[in-house]
Structures are given as C-alpha cells and as structure tokens.
Design a protein around this ligand. Structure first.
Ligand SMILES: Cc1cc2nc3c(=O)[nH]c(=O)nc-3n(C[C@H](O)[C@H](O)[C@H](O)COP(=O)(O)O)c2cc1C
Length: 281
C-alpha cells in the first residue's frame, strides 16, 4: 500500500545543536509541503513520554524522523532508549539520521536502523550529516568546521522530497541496512565493544572558588544529570557532551582536552572515512 504522508514526528537529541539544525531543516521542508510536524527534543522533560503515547495512536499517513549525534561510534543513549520504548508493530515509515564530526560515523546509523527494524518499523531512508565536531569547539580548525552548510541543507531537503515521493509510489521501500556502515565486520565488532564509559573521555573538575551554584550547567544538560550537593555532581546518565564545560558562565567546570585532539585526528586517520554527508533512500 502506498501512503500520502500527512503527519511526521521528528525526534532528536542534540547537545551542541547540529542535530537540532538538521531537524529544523527537515521540519521546514515538511511544513512547506503542508505536512503537520510533531517535534520531540529528548532533552525536554516529559516530551518523550508524550510523543510515545502519540505514536501509539498513529494512523496511516504518519512517519517519523529520528536523529542522534555520533558519540564514540554509537548513537547516544537517550536516542537508543527512546527507540527501545517505542511500541511494537506500528509499521511506521521511519528515517534515522546522525550528525558526525568527521572522525568516524561508526555504527551509529546502522544500530539505530536495526533497533527501529526490530520494532517492525519500516526504515525507508537514512542520512549521515557532517557537522562540527562537538568535542573540538576550543580547538583551531576543528573537524567538520562550517558544517552542516548550505549544501548539506540542500541534501537534507532533497532527502525529504525523495522520501515523500517514495512513500507515494512504492509499497515497501525499505532500504538495505548493510549500507549504513562502511566498516568491515571485524571493525564493527570492535566498535560494538567501545562505550561512553570505556572510552576514557576527559574527566570534569569543579573549581569551587569560581562556581556560583547558578545551575546554568544543569539547565543546559540534555540528560538532567547534574545535581548540586552543594557543588555540581554528575549522575551516571551523563553522556559526556561537555555542555557544562562549554557553557558554564564562570568557567568553573573544566576538563583537560590536551590529549583529545591528537586522539580524534588519529582516529580519523585510522578509519579514513571521507568526511561527507550522505543520504540513503
Ligand atoms: C563524547 C563525544 C564523542 C564523539 N564521538 C564522535 C565519533 O566517534 N565520531 C565522530 O565523527 N564524531 C564524534 N563526536 C562529534 C559529534 O558526533 C558531532 O559533533 C555531532 O554533530 C554533535 O551533535 P550535536 O551538535 O547535535 O550535539 C563526538 C562528540 C562527543 C561530545
């Protein structure tokens, strides 16, 4: 059965804003075609549960876009948790997308698509968009600098157009998920073993002389992982986005990134993945 899409859910996590930017381009494109959009920013309290209950009640003519940044080769936990909470058998057409910082897109897009497929959703497209590497904001010439740019935006708009055409003309339209990671199985297996916890990311230190307990850091935290006891402390659900370090108005939360740049550039050199955006439809 072909479908004329009338409503779209756009769900994303975006600590540093690139994935949100892609979501906005998708939203604008859909709305210009008079398609109703329901947006869910996973960092907003209650938004996720409300969206899931709306998805439960969906009818024909509804689709979903789900976006995540790539963190150490994976999609971030809030996005994978959201997917795991989705109802089974809605058969919704879905387009996962990731933004990545030009080091390695890893297996993030593939893992998202597989998880959506196990919910019996119909993965009809996918996108991988190059973006500023969000751990390199203080560095000279960070990877992904200037992206997503106008050409990336154009690609996203075309992807939405092709997706809608496909929905109107094809019965299944599911894509081959194996194309969503370019790595051979042994490297994929290595990537599966790495996690945010095992990746030895820089630890944060609080400068108690500088911290005014203004709680700005916790307002920017996408996983609500900062508690004041009485100084900021990080709960286990922290995803190491470093928004707290980047955005603290007093510069009171610090991390030593001196080893990070070399490690990221070495990873990019090792994997030699062309730093480009790509759509799969
Ligand atoms: C902890 C952490 C790990 C990251 N890991 C990778 C990675 O493995 N490969 C990559 O290309 N970019 C990596 N990045 C960069 C992000 O994928 C990229 O900047 C993304 O666009 C951020 O999305 P956002 O702006 O929506 O937060 C990482 C960033 C952070 C903070």
């Amino acid at each position: 059965m072909t479908e004329k899409i009338q409503k779209a859910f756009i769900v994303y996590c975006s600590p540093a804003g690139s994935t949100r930017h892609v979501s906005k381009v998708i939203r604008k494109t859909l709305e210009s075609l008079k398609i109703e959009v329901v947006e869910c920013d996973l960092s907003k309290k209650f938004s996720e549960t409300a969206t899931i209950s709306k998805i439960r009640r969906t009818k024909n003519g509804t689709c979903m876009f789900v976006g995540s940044p790539v963190y150490v080769s994976h999609a971030v936990p809030p996005v994978m948790n959201f997917i795991s909470r989705l109802p089974q058998n809605t058969h919704l057409p879905v387009v996962p997308f990731v933004t990545w910082g030009g080091a390695s897109s890893g297996i993030a897009l593939y893992e998202m698509a597989k998880a959506l497929e196990t919910k019996n959703m119909n993965v009809v497209g996918a996108a991988k968009i190059l973006a500023l590497h969000s751990m390199m904001w203080q560095m000279k010439e960070p990877m992904g600098m200037g992206h997503p740019d106008a050409a990336d935006d154009q690609m996203i708009q075309e992807m939405v157009g092709s997706f809608l055409d496909k929905m109107a003309t094809e019965t299944s339209g599911a894509i081959d998920l194996s194309q969503l990671t370019s790595y051979p199985p042994e490297i994929q297996a290595e990537m599966r073993k790495i996690s945010l916890k095992s990746a030895h990311l820089p630890k944060r230190k609080i400068d108690q002389d500088m911290c005014t307990q203004c709680e700005e850091c916790s307002s920017f935290c996408p996983t609500d992982a900062i508690s004041f006891r009485p100084w900021p402390e990080f709960e286990n659900r922290c995803i190491s986005c470093y928004n707290c370090v980047r955005l603290c108005p007093e510069d009171a939360i610090r991390a030593d990134f001196s080893q990070v740049e070399a490690r990221i550039r070495a990873r990019a050199e090792q994997f030699k993945e062309t730093p480009l955006s790509q759509i799969f439809i």
